[in-house]
Design a protein around this ligand. Structure first.
Ligand code: 5AD
Ligand code: SF4
Length: 462
């Protein structure tokens, strides 16, 4: 195989989508270990890094002790990620003492955010790269192993189009396909527009080619992925609803999901496409509300009010009566009063989210809200978060009872350690039942015997 050509075992081969340059023997069989924390986007980025490094002749290893190359791919959306990175790197000092050839890199949002500062503060870091520089990783690593000191590459590619073929080593039954990157919304609490850059969309035909190739490799379900998928806009003017429709009609993929959508961009055209293609597009939507109070939503720069959000949900339920919703919520946003927090509790009940991801507000660098007055004390945030979880938990136990005795269509993903077949229903519920390996990749009817908020147990309908 010629230089710069990805290995067919690790790449999906789509000759018409420009491919990253891969330096075939940088790795020389050395071990690579990537430590990942963060959202699905980060997990997906790690998968891409592993694929690129495997094509460059690195061997993926299970522990940092076995590695000659350690990468920390860290998210910076909520916690104190920079501290986490430093303490993790500190733990690798011993390994570096034992093996001076060990190289350590930091990538992801933390690399983007901190750049050179990381190396200055923690000199055992050999290289840093940003969220837009993943495809240059083999080169960066090559420079590092060639003895170049302290390589930093964290520039945004503002001008170049977003051409990125999905790279997955073993795609399995269900996989993610990036359709957009970056975000232009600048919610006042959120660091993503600063760590992931301006929003860009992949060309529609590239996404379709990708999905078709993945289907040929055995994928049955894809999740279209982006920070804000429903503001997707292809070069030819197609929007997200057009893309979704095309994936449903012009590929053989069995199931389609997408995440994350922004309420302000969730339009009736999209609802119509979902309703029209319910045989393929799952009825589960993650639609982060963040707060149930219009004043706070305004201060968050979310561009919708409580009433507008609720009206959209009502319309969605008209189009898709069996709609299942999940959400993200922030409690203790600067200036949030007790009454305003109660509005959040009431919207959670009013919408009836089956799943909720809730967080205490934390100030992030570069963001407007970090300098807002009225920052809320930690113990207040903590109390509000616990209360909200209580409200949601109580409700979701009731909500999921409806699944008991229902027969759901489950796409089987694996047999777990306890020997149970495990898969997901179209409602995005994890379902366990007694079944054999031969079911992996098949969609089977399962009668639910016990329903809990995140897990359903059932029996295969013969
Ligand atoms: N503080 C707390 N939660 C945040 N999120 C984003 N930024 C912050 C922040 N500064 C949450 C939002 C978003 C989810 C991915 O993370 O709810 O939807
Ligand atoms: Fe962050 Fe808002 Fe963009 Fe979501 S839509 S990534 S919360 S700025």
């Amino acid at each position: 195989m010629s230089e710069n050509q990805p290995n067919p075992d690790t790449s999906v081969i789509n000759n018409s989508i420009p491919q990253p340059v891969v330096n075939q023997d940088v790795g020389q069989g050395r071990g690579v270990f990537i430590s990942t924390y963060g959202c699905q986007m980060n997990v997906n980025d790690t998968e891409r890094m592993y694929s690129l490094l495997e094509m460059s002749n690195f061997a993926i290893v299970e522990t940092p002790e076995e590695a000659s190359l350690i990468i920390i791919n860290a998210c910076s959306i909520r916690e104190k990620p920079v501290h986490k990175v430093y303490s993790e790197v500190g733990r690798y000092q011993k390994l570096k003492n034992k093996n001076p050839d060990l190289k350590i890199g930091v990538g992801g949002c933390v690399g983007q955010q901190e750049k050179e500062k990381l190396i200055k503060n923690q000199p055992i870091i050999d290289f840093v790269f940003g969220t837009d520089n993943i495809d240059q990783l083999p080169n960066l690593v090559s420079q590092t192993f060639a003895g170049e000191k302290k390589v930093v590459n964290a520039k945004f590619e503002h001008k170049s189009p977003y051409h990125i073929e999905t790279l997955v080593r073993n795609p399995g039954v269900s996989t993610f396909v990036n359709i957009t990157k970056g975000c232009d919304n600048f919610c006042s609490f959120c660091v993503v527009p600063f760590t992931r850059g301006r929003e860009k969309s992949r060309p529609l035909n590239h996404v379709l080619m990708d999905v078709r190739t993945l289907v040929k490799r055995g994928v049955k379900e894809i999740t279209l992925l982006g920070q804000n998928v429903n503001s997707y806009e292809s070069e030819d003017g197609s929007d997200f609803a057009d893309l979704l429709k095309k994936v449903a009609t012009d590929t053989d993929v069995q199931r389609i999901r997408y995440t994350t959508s922004h309420p302000k961009d969730f339009n009736e055209k999209l609802m119509h496409v979902m309703a029209e293609h319910q045989n393929k597009i799952c009825e589960y939507v993650h639609l982060p509300v963040q707060s149930g109070n219009s004043r706070i939503l305004d201060r968050m720069n979310r561009n919708y009010t409580r009433e507008e959000y609720l009206a959209k949900i009502a319309l969605m339920k008209k189009y898709i009566p069996n709609l299942v919703l999940s959400t993200d919520i922030i409690v203790g946003f600067p200036g949030e009063t007790e009454e305003e927090f109660q509005d959040t509790c009431s919207i959670v009940e009013e919408v009836g989210y089956e799943t909720m991801f809730a967080f205490m507000y934390s100030p992030r660098p570069f963001t407007k809200a970090a300098s807002f007055e009225g920052q809320i004390a930690e113990e207040v945030k903590n109390r509000r978060l616990n209360h909200l979880f209580e409200v949601q938990e109580k409700m979701s136990f009731e909500l999921v009872k409806k699944y008991e005795n229902q027969t759901l269509q489950v796409l089987v993903e694996q047999i777990n350690e306890q020997g149970k077949a495990q898969g997901r229903s179209t409602q995005n519920k994890l379902v366990y039942f007694l079944g054999s390996e031969s079911l992996i990749g098949k969609t089977v009817p399962v009668k639910i015997t016990k329903a809990m908020p995140n897990v359903l147990r059932g029996e295969l309908v013969q």
